[in-house]
Design a binder for this molecule. Structure first.
Ligand SMILES: NC(=O)c1ccc[n+]([C@@H]2O[C@H](COP(=O)([O-])OP(=O)(O)OC[C@H]3O[C@@H](n4cnc5c(N)ncnc54)[C@H](O)[C@@H]3O)[C@@H](O)[C@H]2O)c1
Length: 300
C-alpha cells in the first residue's frame, strides 16, 4: 500500500518575518548606503508588501544605523525615508541617481558621502531588474544588455567608487549585493537574469578577495519572496509557487532585510565571500510538493 505522509502545518510566521519585531541596537553608529532602497510599484496591488531594499533600510535604521536611501525614483526613496522617520530610531537621508551609467553611480556615491560626512561603513546594492521574459530565439540583444547593465555592471561601478572609502574605516566595512536563486536555477525564460545573477555572485567573491581583510563582501540570495517585484514577475498572487517551498510559504522582504542586517553587523565579522541563501530550503533540498495533502489540515 502506498504510504501517506502526514504534513505538519507550518509554524506561525515570526514577528521578524512580519517586520514587527523591535531593533536590538545592533548597528548603533554605523553609516550605511542602500542602492535601490526604494521600492517598485506594480499596477495591481492596493496594499503591496514591502520590497527587499526598503525592508533592509527600515531594519538597519531600527538597529540604530544612519541609512542613505539611494534610488532612481524620488518617490520610492521618499517612501522609505518616511517609514524610518516615523519609526524615529535611526536616521535616513535620500539620494537620487541612476545606476545605469558610470556618472550616475559616481554621483550616488559622492552625494551619499556628503550626506554621511565622509563615513561609509556599509553598502547594500539591491538594484536588480527582471523583464517580460522570452525564449532565446526571441530574446533581444538590447534587452540582454539592459539586464546585464543594471544587474551586474552597475554593482561593479558602485563598488569601484565606494570601496576606497569603506576600506578606510577603522573597523573595516561590509558590503552586500542582492542576488537571486536564479543564479543556480535556470528554468526560466529570463536567460539574462539567470546569467546576471550568476555573474554577480562570482564578481562579489572577486571583490571579497581583493578587499580582504578590511572589507567583508557577500551576497544575499533570495528565493521566492512576496514583494511587488516578486508579484510582478510571478503570477501576481500572494501564494506564488509557495507550495514548492519546503518551509511552506514565500519569504517576506523582512526575511531578506534580516539577512542583510546580520551581514552588516559585527555578528557576521568572520563571514566573507559567501552566498547567504534565504529561500525556505528550496535550493538546498528541492521541492516538497511530492508529499500527500493531509485530509484534516488541507496543507499540501
Ligand atoms: N522579490 C523576489 O521574489 C526576488 C527574488 C530573488 C531576488 N530578488 C532581488 O532582490 C532585489 C531587489 O528587490 P526589491 O524587492 O527591493 O525590488 P524593487 O524593484 O522593489 O526595488 C528596487 C529599487 O531599485 C530602483 N531602481 C531600478 N532601476 C534603478 C536604476 N537604474 N538606478 C537606481 N535605482 C534603480 C527602483 O526604483 C526600486 O525602488 C533585486 O536585485 C532582485 O533581483 C527579488
Amino acid at each position: 500500500m502506498e504510504e501517506v505522509l502526514d504534513i505538519i502545518p507550518p509554524p506561525e510566521v515570526s514577528l521578524e518575518s512580519q517586520g514587527k519585531a523591535p531593533g536590538r541596537d545592533r548597528l548603533i553608529g554605523k553609516r550605511i548606503l542602500v542602492v535601490g532602497g526604494g521600492q517598485s510599484v506594480n499596477t495591481f496591488d492596493d496594499n503591496p508588501p514591502i520590497g527587499n531594499g526598503r525592508a533592509s533600510c527600515v531594519l538597519m535604521a531600527r538597529e540604530g544605523a544612519t541609512v542613505v536611501v539611494a534610488d532612481l525614483s524620488a518617490e520610492a526613496a521618499q517612501g522609505t525615508v518616511d517609514i524610518i522617520e516615523k519609526e524615529g530610531v535611526g536616521k535616513a537621508h535620500m539620494v537620487i541617481g541612476d545606476v545605469s551609467t558610470p556618472e550616475g553611480c559616481s554621483g550616488i556615491i559622492q552625494d551619499s558621502l556628503k550626506a554621511l560626512d565622509g563615513q561609509l561603513d556599509g553598502l547594500v546594492i539591491g538594484v536588480g531588474i527582471v523583464g517580460a521574459g522570452a525564449s532565446i530565439p526571441h530574446y533581444s540583444a538590447a534587452y540582454w544588455d539592459r539586464v546585464m547593465n543594471i544587474n551586474v555592471r552597475s554593482h561593479f561601478l558602485i563598488l569601484q567608487e565606494a570601496l576606497p572609502y569603506i576600506e578606510k574605516q577603522p573597523a573595516g566595512g561590509s558590503v552586500v549585493s542582492i542576488s537571486s536563486i536564479s543564479q543556480y536555477l535556470p528554468a526560466s525564460t529570463e536567460p539574462a537574469y539567470n546569467a546576471s545573477k550568476a555573474a554577480l555572485s562570482i564578481l562579489i567573491k572577486n571583490v571579497a578577495y581583493q578587499f580582504a581583510p578590511r572589507v567583508r563582501v557577500n551576497t544575499v540570495v533570495p528565493g521566492l519572496i512576496d514583494t511587488p517585484m516578486g508579484r510582478s514577475s510571478g503570477t501576481k498572487i500572494k501564494g506564488r509557487n509557495a507550495s514548492a517551498v519546503p518551509l511552506a510559504r514565500q519569504g517576506s522582504g523582512w526575511d531578506i532585510g534580516y539577512a542583510v542586517t546580520f551581514l552588516m553587523s559585527g555578528e557576521s565579522s568572520f563571514i566573507t565571500a559567501t552566498d547567504m541563501i534565504v529561500d525556505g530550503g528550496y535550493v538546498g533540498m528541492g521541492s516538497k510538493t511530492a508529499k500527500k495533502p493531509n485530509q484534516e489540515t488541507g496543507v499540501s
